[in-house]
Design a protein. Structure first.
Length: 225
């Protein structure tokens, strides 16, 4: 059977302004820290040069939070996936300034990366912080948290691994509660609603700060496979 081409994506590729230093980072730092998308599965021990727990972050934005986590947890491997090129450039610069060696980046749709590059039962944790909320009803199908996404993540997480999600959109929080409550692959180990003062096992992110300035409440979850 010929596979059908996926047309609904959780992002729109923004061109965005790229600073000269971000461009330079992509030329000079990408060869060491970047992994090209391909349809071959990754060998994490080879990619990171060691065997360690691997944490994947989907849609890291400018990467400040991702670099902070990698710097604070040198014994873990971090894999960031983002489609926005200026964000990837910013993250490369931050990682170089932090002097960390436990972070690798892929610039591609995380759904394809999960399907094609991540081996089954290979991840210790997946972080999805402030995914695009797609607030209009006709766009809800673009939200990344869907049944197929959960099954894909569950297949790639090892037993006992976790999916950690945060959002500042009340309506997306309801959607996440609903979809996860229908999944038999995950159990919710913690759900926390707060005003930005109690992020669940993560640093505060740029989009979280944006939401807080608008008066939004934050919802954090930890779902365990
Ligand atoms: C609202 S921003 C949040 C950024 C960051 N996590 C934060 O909290 O500041 C969502 C990000 O997810 C990225 N994104 C959306 N869908 C994606 C996908 N399928 N694969 C990779 N990145 C994606 C977007 O490019 C965007 O940078």
């Amino acid at each position: 059977m010929t596979p059908t081409k996926r047309t609904i994506r959780s992002f729109v590729r923004r061109t965005g302004r790229q600073t000269p230093s971000q461009q330079k980072a992509l030329q000079e730092l990408w060869p060491n820290a970047g992994i090209e998308y391909s349809n071959e599965q990754l060998d994490f021990a080879a990619v990171f040069g060691r065997a360690a727990d691997t944490v994947m972050e989907i849609g890291f934005g400018n990467g400040d939070t991702l670099v902070q986590q990698a710097a604070e947890n040198p014994h873990k491997n971090y894999l960031g996936v983002e489609v926005h090129e200026p964000g990837v450039g910013h993250c490369l610069l931050k990682a170089r300034d932090a002097g960390i060696g436990n972070l690798r980046l892929i610039m591609h749709d995380a759904i394809d990366v999960f399907s094609d590059q991540i081996p089954c039962e290979s991840l210790a944790r997946v972080n999805l912080y402030f995914p695009d909320p797609w607030p209009k009803k006709r766009h809800h199908k673009r939200r990344i948290v869907q049944h197929d996404f959960l099954n894909l993540v569950a297949d790639r997480l090892r037993g006992g691994g976790s999916l950690n999600i945060a959002t500042d959109w009340a309506d997306y929080a309801e959607h996440i509660d609903e979809i996860l409550s229908q999944s038999d692959r995950f159990t919710c180990s913690e759900r926390r609603v707060h005003d930005g003062e109690q992020p669940l096992d993560r640093p505060r992110t740029k989009f979280e700060q944006r939401g807080l300035r608008k008066g939004h409440q934050i919802c954090d979850w930890c779902f365990v496979k």
